[in-house]
Design a protein around this ligand. Structure first.
Ligand SMILES: Nc1ncnc2c1ncn2[C@@H]1O[C@H](COP(=O)(O)OP(=O)(O)OP(=O)(O)O)[C@@H](O)[C@H]1O
Length: 261
């Protein structure tokens, strides 16, 4: 059964159409990578999956029901930067994610519950390769380590769906490769369904089981926001497809030129 369904989904801000007529169905365990020109609505789509933005038309369904209009523990998110709190250690950052969940009714966690949470947070940090950095503050961590921390934080809530908004965009190539290995390991071990935005088509082809291209199939250069982006390619990937990669890169570049003129 589909975990996520898009049924004639639209998102508009006033007269600006960001996304239009999106239709797709995603099964549990798929790894969907999303590419597209800057400004064509990728983050907006992720925000709708998270629940901080709502569709203006159509439906976005999770397990057949409209996604709640606020984030909950079924979805975890990692942004390109700044997902972690600077004044808390790595361990406290990860515990906090669990605390917010556990203390919904009480406001605090105590005694045994707190110990359990601490152990869980420790394990999660080990899992992402930060077992040696529990007491470090974010400014003491490298960019790659901060993103490992953000992943641990997102996964502490045991989400079924992991949303990644260009999580490795700011990292050096070597560190990126390590992060790719980590995210693939977590995806498999935790049986996650992943939606990941990337500006790097190669990354999209390599990491995903399915690649979506967000692009405007109607584009008025005089009024770039008159029409929204759609899913113009929906491809099974995970293998080398240089020709498709080139065609997509050309399309995305020409839309980017119009949008960013
Ligand atoms: N809250 C908002 N109010 C009005 N317009 C918005 C709002 N949020 C986003 N937009 C507009 O929606 C469009 C899509 O933005 P979005 O951030 O989703 O694009 P994107 O594809 O993720 O871009 P990038 O790759 O640069 O991150 C942009 O034109 C943006 O200005």
């Amino acid at each position: 059964m589909a975990i996520i369904e898009l049924k004639n989904l639209w998102k508009e801000y006033g007269p600006d159409v960001v996304l239009e007529r999106l239709n797709a169905s995603v099964r549990t365990g798929e790894f969907v990578t999303i590419v597209g020109a800057s400004g064509c609505g990728k983050t907006t789509f992720l925000k709708m999956l998270l629940g901080t933005e709502s569709p203006t038309r159509g439906e976005l369904l999770l397990d057949g029901k409209p996604i709640a209009a606020e984030p909950d523990e079924t979805r975890g998110i990692v942004f390109q930067r700044y997902s972690v709190l600077p004044h808390l250690t790595a361990l406290r950052n990860v515990m906090l994610a669990g605390e917010l969940e556990a203390s919904r009714f009480l406001g605090h966690t105590f005694g045994r519950q707190r110990m359990a949470l601490q152990n869980e947070a420790r394990q999660m940090l080990e899992e992402v390769g930060l077992g040696h950095a529990l007491d470090k503050y974010p400014h003491e961590l490298s960019g790659g380590m901060q993103q490992r921390l953000a992943l641990a934080q997102a996964l502490m809530k045991k989400p079924r769906i992991l949303l990644l908004d260009e999580p490795f965009g700011a990292l050096d190539p070597g560190i990126r490769r390590d992060m790719h290995k980590l995210v693939l390991k977590l995806w498999r071990e935790q049986q996650l369904t992943v939606f990941m935005i990337t500006h790097d088509l190669d990354e999209g082809f390599y990491l995903g089981t399915r690649l979506w291209v967000f692009d405007k199939d109607r584009l008025d250069p005089q009024a770039p926001n008159a029409y929204g982006a759609r899913i113009t390619y929906d491809l099974p990937v995970g293998r080398d497809e240089p020709q498709a990669l080139d065609t997509i890169a050309d399309r995305v570049d020409s839309t980017a030129r119009v949008l960013n003129d």
